[in-house]
Design a protein. Structure first.
Length: 342
């Protein structure tokens, strides 16, 4: 059995707990940490947990094996670092860190302590991403992809009422790219590799966070000798409106349409002659955070058997965090100095 604690009390923690319970029965929620004792007590009561911590070192010194971190982005690095130094396995919500140097440091500590550090990017651990990858061979030569994830934030009314929600606060390392854009950067790099060229621009909010943005990646082709010399991938994201565009992977034999890039569900290919083939369907019986919870559990309990997968996950996360840094640099997204500290 692996005993894990949760950090944070947002709805995403409830979703992770559901996914873990349904998919990894020996991965057991055993403690709650919150910076606020009242919040920790309330969250613990909701989930039947009596071990409540509000001192991170005390959690680190406990017999808990692993921790799921879901506090605001700016707190991820110091929280994860403290827990890894105490020898805890850590799965951390996206966006897990701000800089490549922070990520390198966390992987170093994890390796030194013989534990796991993993970014929680749920779609990567769902079967749908593999079904889509297999379908690529039906598209002919791929030369373009367009990914979009714009959703009106539930925190917009509070912002308009004069409050300052964390998600629009640069001091929390938040904003559109860090919250939504990363869902698109991951599949772009997973499928098409590290881009040769990045062009990025954003619309900024009065809070100093980016509301929405567009990024153009120029990637090398998958087929060296094909008709196309490169693949263009456009990603657009935002938190201030909801869009309903299909995501498209475009080949010269057909176009793959994907409903959401969060979970890669409801997808089909429309071939050049207009016929359609369904590739993935929405499976509401499966909690979409179950895949990452189970993978984290396997990384911890079967280190030898999952070594290759863990190294692949480290490589991809390293490439994604470096790309996120480049996008922010190009687009002028800047956070307060303390967020970058090691
Ligand atoms: N994977 C997903 O689908 C998904 C969905 C939503 C959020 N997230 C991620 O989860 C994380 C948390 O997001 P959220 O919307 O729940 O955040 P939030 O602002 O609601 O805060 C979450 C928790 O962080 C702690 N916290 C908040 N403000 C704090 C402060 N000033 N100091 C110390 N601790 C504080 C509290 O315990 C709070 O419950 C983010 O990294 C976000 O990107 C992921």
């Amino acid at each position: 059995m692996i005993k894990f604690a949760t950090v944070g009390a947002g709805w995403i923690v409830d979703s992770f707990l559901k996914g873990a319970k349904e998919n990894a029965p020996d991965f057991v929620h055993s403690a709650v940490y919150s910076f606020s004792d009242a919040e920790g007590q309330a969250f613990g009561a909701k989930h039947g947990i009596t071990r409540i911590y509000n001192d991170l070192d005390a959690l680190g010194e406990s017999d808990i094996d692993a921790v799921y971190i879901a506090n605001p982005n700016a707190f991820h690095y110091p929280t994860a670092k403290t827990l890894l130094e105490h020898g805890k396995n850590v799965i951390c919500e996206k966006t897990s860190v701000i800089t490549s140097a922070q990520l390198k440091k966390l992987y170093e500590i994890a390796d030194e302590k013989g534990v796991i550090f993993m970014e929680a990017m749920k779609g990567l651990y769902l079967p749908e991403i593999h079904q889509l990858t297999e379908a690529f061979s039906k598209l002919g030569e791929i030369h373009m992809a367009k990914f979009d994830f714009c959703r009106y934030s539930s925190k917009m009314p509070a912002l308009k009422a004069g409050e300052f929600p964390n998600i629009f606060n640069p001091a929390m390392a938040a904003g559109g790219l860090m919250d939504m854009g990363i869902y698109l950067v991951y599949p772009a790099l997973y499928w098409f590799g590290v881009p040769n060229k990045i062009q990025a621009d954003v619309s900024m909010m009065s809070t100093g966070a980016d509301a929405c943005g567009t990024v153009l990646f120029n990637c090398a082709p998958r087929e060296e000798n094909g008709a196309f010399k490169n693949i263009q991938v456009t990603i657009s994201y935002g938190k201030t409106s909801t869009s309903k565009h299909d995501n498209l992977i475009m080949g010269d034999l057909g176009v793959l349409h994907i409903d959401t890039m969060e979970c890669f569900d409801n997808s089909y290919i429309e071939y050049v002659d207009g016929t359609r083939e369904v590739i993935t369907k929405r499976d509401t019986s499966f909690s979409n955070m179950g895949g990452e919870a189970l993978q984290f559990y396997k990384f911890i309990t079967d280190k030898e058997g999952t070594k290759e997968r863990y190294e692949q996950s480290k490589k991809l996360t390293t490439e994604v965090i470096a790309t996120m840094e480049k996008i922010r640099e190009q687009a002028g997204i800047v956070f307060p100095e303390h967020v970058y500290n090691l």
